[in-house]
Design a protein around this ligand. Sequence first.
Ligand code: FES
Length: 173
Amino acid sequence: MSDKNGKDISRRQFLNYALMGTGGFLAAGILSPMLRFAIDPALKTSDVGDMVAVGNVEDFGSEPKRVDFKVHTVDGWYESESVKSAWVQVTEDGEILALSPICKHLGCTVNWNTSPEHPDMFYCPCHDGLYYKNGVNVPNTPPLAALDAYETQVKDGKLYLGALKPNPNEGGA
Ligand code: FES
């Protein structure tokens, strides 16, 4: 057997080279994920607040329509996915309003137009909570605040939702 300079190498040398190569290959395979694991979270910023596409903007109209979407969250080492929902409508002013379905009383899920006694309102079945179409709570019903609204953005015909914020109609139903 001979090396790259044409010199003969012993069986022992050959085995040493082979073992070093195999050991280096295995060490790289083990160490590189550990290195990535150690460095990655420090380099990444949190995904919370990133906008998520929920459909074509033309699919929404004046009637509130429910959309469900996944949000990917990175918090240090911990990554998770959660499903969120919104009631999306186009207001008389042509603005997109995307309301959270989480009732501001005790957190049940609010639905649109499901109470025959209260048509065209958001209704919470847990304690008969009521909200107007713009998400503002009806006085003298259990909820004491308006439904939160998602940040919205339209890009290339798609609607994106972001973080929740106070309802822009709050205080001016
Ligand atoms: S939780 Fe909605 S009215 Fe109580």
